[in-house]
Design a binder for this molecule. Sequence first.
Ligand SMILES: *[C@@H]1O[C@H](CO)[C@@H](O)[C@H](O)[C@H]1NC(C)=O
Length: 525
Amino acid sequence: MSLKIIVAIFLCSLFIVDGAKILAIFHFPSNSHFILGSTLLKALANRGHQVTMLSPFLLNTPIKNYEQIEITGMQQFKEEKIMKQTLELVNVSLVERMSKMTDLVDKINVNFFTSPSVKELLTSNRTFDLVIQSWFGNEAYLAIPHHFGAATIAFSTIGASMLTNSITRNPAPYSYVPNVFGSFSDEMNFIQRVQNTLSSIGFDIVQATYMTTLEENYLQKYFPNAPPIDEMVKNISLVLLNSHYSIESPRPYVPNMIQIGGFHLEEPKALQGDLKTFMDSAKEGVIYFSLGSNIRSSDLPADKLDGIIKCFSKLPTKVLWKFETDNVKNLPPNVNIGKWFPQKDILAHPNTKLFISHGGLLSTTEAVYLGVPIVGIPIFADQESNIEDGVRKGYALKVSFQDLSEETLTNAIHEILKNPRYRDNIKQRSLILRDQPIRPIDNAVYWVEYVLRHNGAHHLKTSAVKLQWYEYLLLDVIAFLLGIVLITSYIIYYIIRLILKGIRKVFKTTGTSKNVSKKKKSKLA
Ligand SMILES: *[C@@H]1O[C@H](CO)[C@@H](O)[C@H](O)[C@H]1NC(C)=O
């Protein structure tokens, strides 16, 4: 154990806080959000805190100090709406995609506020010291920590974005920080910087106008006594980010933005049974293919499915494919399908050569941690930019969903299987992700307890959060300085004009007096 770790553990145990009452709200009906939230909560419960998880999902095996309240209605919502809508989001413009996303977010929020379990919690006389709130278009939920008089931590499942940068006023220059919902890496050419700037500003404007109005409306309807959203956002103590610079591009973070990416990773377990036999016997290697928990391979259009199957049938390797229905037509003998696989344990198997993924942050983090190169087929949200980061770091290849065919997929797979550079690069990234002074989960627990110990730890915030937007952007200063320049220029112009006028006058008068004297002279003559 390094000295740093020992010191860190010592410090943690020294400042242990008495069990606090912590409420976590992971409302979004996506399994990956729940995995992240419940992992953090389990660690907090193990530290002796009384945790309450408000989520559409439940733990299979209850644990001590961990209470779960189900947000009713949300599960069904997920099955019916998101899965099918997700694939419709691929071929549309960024504007349309955003409007579909906001529509979805609105429906989810209304479901949340009208859920009987949420109402019951709010009318009970329970108390909480801290609320950890997953952050995804749900500013109005801040009325809940306000109701309980609790400190608030915002949790971002997608790493930093405009959504969380606006909480802490974290600097994110458009010149090298890509829009998380766009498709650029941190190295952008001129045109890309123009696009990145416009899409980021556009997003901020939509956020400040349309989304904020929507959120204010929720407050009026469900929490008429809550203060304005802006005020409650300013009171957020800390943002936990599920990201790490081994995966995303390096960028600045203010002191109350904490990267804990990789905190959900546990050491992989050995495989069992048929799966073990399948993996062990794959001498040519295994390709693992999963589009994550929200997108179902079985929902893919027929032509894409056909291309994928043809591609797989010609590969020398075996393929393990997360597929949600029982039968696939013309399934080749080297392909094994299943509704669920222990992804981490498969990626950790030495025979796994490649991961075909949608590029969600959990999957990408697991691939980096376990050193398996990626062929990315990004679909929506942050997936595009996650894969773009991987392409730039040399551990991933992208096949865009529109171009997905037997040929494009085969080319990408062959390139990664033949060229060792992808594996070398991702192994290097894995070492960077693992090389941290304190385990990410311990870091996360440390900062949650830090907020508890220091009554909200409001000292971490930069003064930027107190400024008006035009003050933060220095528009008032620029206007003032421009004003001075303009006024000074005008004064100088005025003075010069006055002087010139004076000179001309002098010339004129001496000219006339000469004329006069000439006239006089001529008269005299
Ligand atoms: C601000 O946060 C503190 C805890 O850090 C809490 O006690 C207080 O009620 C919050 N204020 C508002 C307006 O939400």
